[in-house]
Design a protein around this ligand. Sequence first.
Ligand SMILES: [Zn+2]
Length: 135
Amino acid sequence: MQYHVISLENNEIKCSDGPEGVREFLEDLFYLKFDFNPMLQDNDESGELEVYLHTDTYDECGEEQLNKLDELGITECDSLQTICNLLGIKIDKFSKDEIASCTVCKTSYHENEINMVDYDVDVCTTCEPAYKTSV
Ligand SMILES: [Zn+2]
């Protein structure tokens, strides 16, 4: 199953990958924001992606970092929603056919975010106001 990591800010698809790739991407985002690297574990055997703390984290991270994870609410139970909230993203799953790219900014979005009707090119909702006045 393929999942998409989508920015809540502008609906940009930041990463499309299987459970492992998405989990690694979340680890990278987490590191950029919190400056340390807990080990996470992914699982989608139930058909829904779950991401939670890998038990090795307790060996890898110091007490201060473990306290921080506790404070943030990231645990050995499914913490994907908590992680998403912290990172300003959401996870969605849809087929590759539904991904479209904006001709102007070259960014990937779900096709609903892209106007493919009114112009010669495909324009995302972010670029559209400026594009509209330029044609
Ligand atoms: Zn665009």
